[in-house]
Design a protein around this ligand. Structure first.
Ligand code: SF4
Ligand code: SF4
Length: 275
């Protein structure tokens, strides 16, 4: 899906304006303006001005998250893809489950909420949506693509912009190399915001009736550190860190019979553990 979005984005260089902007502050699909939820909050804090135009841009995005929860992280965000490439570097390859033994694994996942709140305060104080404009991986990823295309086509481009965006993305990849998924699990303000929608979204991990063999394979493959077995007594899984990547479903020996991604209500009690 990411590749499709990048291709739609690149069409603007061939005078076909399907997708303009980026995946953060402002995204235009034909004549429809869209705005990321965290970018909206930051812009509101920075400008201290409510506008219907911005509200109309963020509402469709909220609607998408109400349906798909944090699936953006698992299916659209370029960093998920790039972090996946980092994990393939030979010196970085970890045995199954070892990602949970990496340094800082016990750090509270709630730190990210504090960081997101701090960014909103900073934006309010500076009068600038600071993360969205300068630090966001989404902003910088698309700036990097944009600037690279400008250079490749020999169009006027600012090399300092290219270097800054490259530096931000490289820093995240560097962090990923030493602390796998720390950014996504704990720090990313966008992921933290999207994760809140997991609590009420239509999408969720559903459990069918059946026996769980307690092999723990689902937790071992989950790089977002979702403790699926903690939800055993609950009707379904609604964890703010789940990105609906489906790795746990693939890993489960029942191949989708016990755990599956589903929409809507109709939850059943979770599978019993075989003792
Ligand atoms: S947590 Fe942030 S960086 Fe990670 S996949 Fe989600 S939006 Fe992308
Ligand atoms: S492996 Fe399963 S629990 Fe973990 S993020 Fe992916 S879908 Fe969610």
């Amino acid at each position: 899906m990411l590749l499709g979005i990048i291709i739609l984005f690149l069409l603007q260089f061939f005078r076909m304006k399907v997708l303009v902007g980026g995946l953060t502050g402002s995204l235009a699909i034909w004549s429809l303006n869209l705005m990321d939820v965290f970018a909206y909050l930051e812009t509101l804090a920075a400008s201290k001005t409510f506008t219907f135009q911005a509200l109309l841009a963020v509402l469709p995005v909220i609607g998408i998250y109400l349906i798909f929860g944090r699936a953006f992280c698992g299916w659209v965000c370029p960093m998920d893809f790039l972090f996946g490439l980092v994990s393939k570097i030979e010196s970085r390859q970890l045995p199954a489950g070892a990602i949970h033994e990496s340094p800082l694994q016990n750090i509270s996942h709630n730190i990210g909420y504090g960081a997101a709140a701090a960014l909103l305060v900073i934006s309010g104080l500076l009068g600038v949506p600071s993360f969205t404009r300068y630090l966001s991986h989404l902003t910088n990823f698309f700036t990097l693509i944009n600037s690279s295309v400008y250079f490749a086509l020999d169009l006027p481009a600012d090399s300092s912009v290219l270097l800054f965006s490259g530096f931000v993305i490289f820093s995240l990849l560097f962090l990923e190399y030493f602390f796998p998924r720390l950014w996504c699990k704990v720090l990313c303000p966008l992921g933290k915001t999207y994760g809140l929608f997991n609590k009420i979204s239509l999408i969720k991990l559903k459990f069918s009736e059946g026996d769980c063999g307690e092999c723990n394979l689902c937790e071992q493959v989950c790089y977002m550190d979702v403790k699926m077995t903690h939800y055993l007594d609950q009707p379904g899984l609604r964890d703010t860190n789940c990105i609906y990547c489906g790795r746990c479903i693939e890993a489960c020996g029942t191949k989708g019979k016990l755990v599956r991604i589903g929409f809507g209500r109709g939850e059943r009690p979770f599978a019993r553990i075989r003792r």
